[in-house]
Design a protein around this ligand. Structure first.
Ligand code: HPA
Length: 258
């Protein structure tokens, strides 16, 4: 009721990556606190509002900030905003996040399109009664990240001369970063990058039949030797380097996702 725009695409902006939403035209900004039942982030770097506006010709709903399992929200609470977006008519959704690089080729500041994920959070947002209006009891996850969306993103990255990798994302509960032994384990099981978000939301987006694009910015290289420290400040600082590239890329792909 606060806007006449009816976006079919949404973008969820992770730690320190909120700037994209500030560039939307004709936008309304709705604090999460004003949306009934919306969870509110307690984390520095997450603004906490829904911005509905146009990116070029494309109406977009952008979430500036998200909540995480480690904040104490249940997996079901974490995904509530994705349900709201689905009910608003959103059919395609871009999840962004800051992640730790496990793959040795990923430098700090690199962009990675998600090819697949491993849920290591020990929970699933679909646990509990299933509402068939949202989706099936046992949803397929064989194509969690749309192949055509991934192709659109890599083509756009090429056209913009932005270096981009493709990889498998593992979601851990957090909030502590990984030990060197955990990083060695993640690498051994085929993980390319690690973070504390996105997987519950992607699970629910797929449950509801939305198509998904996932893009991570590598905020830090995982620290296998135990010699370097990982801090939230480092993650936010790397975000500043990632934001311009990520914003340009997301702007470029949106028209292809509708
Ligand atoms: N590990 C987990 N989550 C993260 C990291 C990390 O190294 N960097 C940013 N989010």
């Amino acid at each position: 009721g606060k806007t006449r725009l009816r976006p079919r695409v949404a973008v969820v902006l992770g730690s320190g990556l909120g700037d994209f939403a500030d560039g939307l035209q004709g936008a309304v900004r709705i604090p999460y606190a004003k949306i009934p039942y919306f969870p509110r982030s307690s984390v520095v770097g997450h603004a906490g509002r829904l911005v509905v506006g146009r990116s070029g010709d494309v109406p977009v709903a952008a979430m500036q900030g998200r909540v995480h399992f480690y904040e104490g929200y249940s997996a079901r609470e974490v995904v509530f905003p994705v349900r709201v977006l689905a009910r608003m008519g959103v059919r395609a959704i871009v999840f962004t996040n800051a992640a730790g690089g496990i793959h040795l080729d990923y430098g700090q500041g690199a962009l990675v399109v998600l090819r697949d994920h491993i849920n290591m959070q020990g929970t699933n947002p679909l646990i509990g009664a299933n509402d068939e209006r949202f989706g099936p009891r046992f949803p397929d996850m064989s194509q969690a990240y749309s192949e055509s969306f991934r192709a659109i993103a890599s083509d756009e990255a090429k056209a913009l001369a932005i270096e981009m990798h493709e990889g498998v994302y593992a979601a851990v509960p957090g909030p502590s970063y990984e030990t060197p032994a955990e990083i060695g384990y993640l690498r051994a099981i085929g993980v390319d990058l690690v973070g504390m978000s996105t997987v519950p939301e992607v699970t629910v987006a797929r449950h509801g039949g939305m198509r998904v694009l996932g893009i991570s910015g590598i905020s830090n290289k995982a620290n296998l030797d135990g010699d370097t420290l990982t801090t939230h400040e480092e993650v936010l600082k790397a975000g500043k380097q990632i934001v311009p590239k990520l914003t340009t890329l997301v702007r470029g792909v949106l028209a292809g996702l509708v």
